[in-house]
Design a protein around this ligand. Structure first.
Ligand code: FES
Length: 301
């Protein structure tokens, strides 16, 4: 985010605060309750959103060295993330090309090759098939170059490893994230480290969780005893960045910016900024907050 944008966001919210106004859309819209309950729609969302658009699979610091690997599940797909000898990150289906056994059981570690626990076919951490026991007897004509691990589109950008879980999706990760480039550079998330990971399972449609995180309307009611007092009542704004959303949620100290010289005004010191990455029609997924290294992912289950 450039300085001009940052100051414009501050001025807009200071103006709303002074006038006692709220940041509103042009008109009230309604969502049908079936959007949240319909199983057919949910299946379509999983197929078109979570499997075909880039998901954050991990932070780059979770694959710190050549040989580092992580086992993961992305939108229901078993995935294996690796960093090869040249530092390049790869993502594969964690599935053996022989008879489909799960290739890697360990959650993480450091290995340069992976042997299947069933018949010991072996792949390099760059996905090349390297070894087949009894190859001359059983597979004399096999072309090993055709049996590399199934590769998922993957890119390490802005500190994160982004992966498209559907191997046939053909999604352009760079193009998809381009509208966020300025903000992601500003956040410098590549300099962060994972300190703690929490996993929370909610029995709720994923859209409910996203929607609750991008407005401040409920803070003083639902969170009256916790975070509510740390935020002004119902003060927030949002901007569309291509298919993504940036939400700005001022904290209680935000008013101090009215008395601060423009050159010294730093938005992140007085507001939470939440990025909802990869909006598609009425759905969002992936939230990145600017207040430290905390992110939430919402894989459908
Ligand atoms: S299933 Fe993996 S080597 Fe046979």
């Amino acid at each position: 985010m450039d300085h001009q944008t940052e100051q414009a966001l501050i001025d807009e919210l200071l103006g709303l605060s002074r006038s006692g106004s709220a940041y509103l859309d042009q008109e009230v819209t309604y969502s049908d309750v079936t959007d949240y309950l319909d199983e057919t729609r949910f299946a379509a969302e999983k197929a078109s959103l979570f499997r075909r658009l880039p998901l954050i699979a991990c932070h780059g610091s979770e694959l710190p060295d050549p040989g580092s690997f992580l086992r993961s599940e992305l939108a229901g797909q078993p995935a294996l993330l690796t960093r090869d000898r040249d530092g390049q990150v790869h993502a594969f289906l964690n599935v053996c090309r022989h008879r489909g056994a799960r290739l890697v059981d360990d959650e993480s570690g450091c290995k340069f090759s992976f042997s299947c626990p069933y018949h010991a076919w072996t792949w390099s951490n760059a996905g090349e098939l390297r070894g087949i026991p009894h190859q001359k007897q059983g597979f004399p004509d096999i072309d090993k170059s055709r049996y590399g691990l199934v590769r998922l589109i993957c890119a390490e950008k802005h500190g994160w490893v982004w992966v498209v879980p559907d191997p046939g999706a053909g999604t352009d990760i760079d193009a998809h994230l381009q509208p966020l480039t300025s903000d992601m550079d500003w956040l410098q998330m590549e300099n962060l480290q994972i300190m703690q990971t929490d996993r929370v399972v909610c029995r709720a449609n994923w859209k409910l969780l996203i929607e609750g995180g991008i407005e401040a309307y409920h803070f003083h009611v639902a969170h009256a005893e916790t975070i509510g007092p740390h935020f002004p009542d119902n003060l927030s704004s949002y901007q569309m960045l291509g298919p993504h959303i940036r939400s700005v949620l001022p904290r209680i100290t935000f008013g101090e910016l009215a008395e601060t010289e423009v050159k010294d005004r730093i938005l992140r010191n007085h507001a939470n900024i939440v990025y909802s990455v990869s909006r598609h029609r009425s759905g969002w997924f992936k939230r990145i907050t600017s207040s430290g290294f905390r992110w939430t992912r919402f894989p459908p289950v």
